[in-house]
Every structure is written in C-alpha cells, then in structure tokens.
Design a protein around this ligand. Sequence first.
Ligand code: NAD
Ligand code: GLY
Length: 374
Amino acid sequence: MSPQQTATTVNVELGNRSYPIIIGNGLMAEAGKHISQALPGGRCAIVTDETVADIHLKTLEASLKEHDVSFETLIVPAGEKTKCFSQFEHLCDEVLSCKLERGDALVALGGGVVGDLTGFVSGVVRRGMKFIQVPTTLLAQVDSSVGGKTGINSRHGKNLLGVFHQPALVLADTQALDTLSRREFRAGYAEVAKYGLIDDAPFFEWLCNNWQDVFAGGSARIEAVAHSCRAKARVVAEDERESGKRALLNLGHTFGHALEGAVEYDGSRLVHGEGVAIGMTLAFQFSSQLGLCSEEDTQRVITHLSEVGLPTRIDQIPGQLPPLEHFLTLIAQDKKVSRGQLTFILANGIGQSYIDKTVDPQQLSSFLGAKLAR
Ligand code: NAD
Ligand code: GLY
C-alpha cells in the first residue's frame, strides 16, 4: 500500500500553534512534501545522530531535494549523554553558523534524545525557530515528539533544563521502526503501555492481546502509535504546561528518572523506557503497599511488562547502584516537586492513575530501601 493509503493524522489542538501528527508506513520518503508545505520558502537543518544518519538520513535528504527544500545536516553522537550542555552549545553554534533565520526550521530526525536536544536549541536560538519532528524510535513516535517538552539533563538530574516549544509538524514513519533494536523497541513500548495504565484499561487489555502484532509491524503498530498520540494530544491540549493533568504522563517517571540518574545516563545499563518500566512497576507496588491498588492489578502490570521482555525490578539493572540517600536526593530534585512537597503518580488500579501530593517521605524511603536491598 502507498503511504497515502495508510497515513493517519492526529491533531494537537493548541489554537494558532496547533499541528498535525502524521503517522504511516513509509512516510519518510514523502517527508519533503509535508516539510515544504509547513515551511514555505524556508530553509532547514536536519539534526540527527550518528546511528540514524547511517540508516535513514539519505531517504529524508532525497525527499527534501525532490521538493526543493534547501537544507544543512548536523550530526550529534547517539545516546542519552548527548542531552548535555556541551552538545547544546555546539548545536546552537552550528545552527548560527548555517545562518538559519527565525522562520527557518530545525528538523529532528531520530529518537527522543535528538528530539529533546533539537527542540531546546530551536526554542532558544533567535528566541525561537521553527521546529519539525521526524521521530524514528517507538518512544519518540508515541511520546517525546508530541507536546513540546524539550530539554537536556543536568548533573542535578534528568531534563532539568529546557523549554516548552511546540513543533509545527510531526511525521511518524512506523516503518522506520523496523531498523530499531529489539531492546529499543521494547523501551518505547513501556510508554505505549503507560497510556493504558494511566486512564485507559481497555487499551491495556488490547495491548495484552496484541503486543506481538505491534512488535511485528503493520496495522497493529500504526494503531498503537495513533492511539497513543491521540491520548497524548488530548492531555497536551488540556494542560500544555503541566499545571495539572499533564503530570499523569509522568507515571513511573519519578522512580525511572532517579534510576537513570543513578546509572549516570549510561544506556548500556539502562535506557529511558526501561527506567519507565521499572518505575511504573514501583509506582503500582507502592500503591498496593499503601492499600490504594489491588495486588492483582499490580501483578498484571508486572506480568505484561515481563512477557514483553521489559525489566520490572531494580536488581535487573546491571552493576552497582548508589545508596538509598542518593536516590532520595535525585527524587527531591524531580521537576514535579512543589513547595518542597513530592508529587507522585499513583494508581487505584489499571487505568486509574492519579496525582498524589501527600506521599510521606518516610514511607517512600522504607519502600525504596527495601527494593534496593534485594
Ligand atoms: P534515543 O533517542 O537515544 O534512541 C535510542 C537509540 O536508538 C539511539 O541509539 C538511536 O541512535 C537509535 N535509533 C533511533 N532510531 C532508530 C532507528 N529507526 N533504527 C535504528 N536505531 C535507531 O532514545 P529514545 O528512547 O528515543 O528517547 C529517550 C529520550 O526521550 C530520553 O532522553 C527521555 O528523557 C526523552 N523523552 C522525552 C519526552 C518529551 O516529552 N520530550 C517524553 C519521553 C521521553
Ligand atoms: N512525557 C511526559 C510529557 O510529555 O508530559
């Protein structure tokens, strides 16, 4: 089937900053058409990482040439450590060296690392340039490319520096995921399952029955990506700057971000989606321990994440981990902390997550201490 026959569009409704997410198999080959429409007469710079450049850059470049879009290409190293000050500075300088104007665009071709870094650069260079996302990981297609959160990590913690800067267009070629490693595909799947666990029990049930088809590709994968994007678009339209409901999208992330910080963003030990899988499990286990959620639901979460091949326990992270106090320091730096009070996403059951600002630090400390002692 041609890309046009399979493409699905989800709109993120944000008034005059609304934008489409176009999802379909083989879309990369027609990216130039969509980008030229979003950028009439403008130039762009493709920002990608070394791995994605080797696999997908040629297709995107050919399509831009076909549609007379003038572009530069900027390549950064692959991996979470690229979301740092030095790469941010380097990329800002490169973009300025290319003499790109405010009305020109940065096109992020890659996973969440490239998307977050490029988005941040496009949000600050010339006080805000145009930004287009061409996500190539499952995680980026279902989560990070949508909603305008951009940023880098600090030695104080994950994603602590950044701006909200919405893209003008998101192009998700689901076929591009065929070249993703099994490990990275699974990691992205954690964010797909997250939408079911937050407020959509039927979707979680559907995933339990169809996850193998989602991994295999084709229409189930497109459906899972589109369903996830619809869920995220709804939340972002309601609460763009996370003054309330958007925090739900952080289910599992307070624990997960602390775990990523604890391994110093070493992707050979833990990638973001794996941290989210362990973090969501911890959020459900903590909820059960507090008497909020049935043990049965928590076990269903563990069973599903495990059958997919995701880690669900801290002791599955290879190598030594820092002591409990270090985790508690990282958790205290979480972006959701408000007036010193921790904000956790807990659950009354599958599809019944909620924002809890009453977590007792002592209870958290003894829960996490027990998990780390295993
Ligand atoms: P990533 O960008 O590091 O990509 C994972 C790996 O896959 C990299 O080595 C990359 O080179 C490779 N890769 C990418 N596409 C490929 C393809 N099609 N074929 C083969 N290899 C490919 O990681 P990620 O999981 O995409 O993103 C994680 C990041 O996203 C984290 O930094 C996380 O904080 C961020 N994030 C941001 C948001 C947001 O709302 N902005 C939401 C969720 C996660
Ligand atoms: N991934 C969390 C958010 O976009 O809010």
